[in-house]
Design a protein. Sequence first.
Length: 77
Amino acid sequence: MKTVKICLNSIEKVKSFVNDITKFDVDFDLVSGRYVIDAKSIMGIFSLDLSKPIDLNVHAEEELDTVLETLKPYIVD
């Protein structure tokens, strides 16, 4: 599992993020405080505080490099 910080500060970003990650047969969890939601759920994402970066847990082994490349537009340092 790999954890990265992402920023989803607009509706368009959330839509494109979900479209990008649903292409992978991998589990993604968004962690904000004590809440953990399925990152492929648009409704779940909108239940979080999107004003600050969120932790994204990527449960992948083989595809990890491809997944991280796809996530580049959303990753913050």
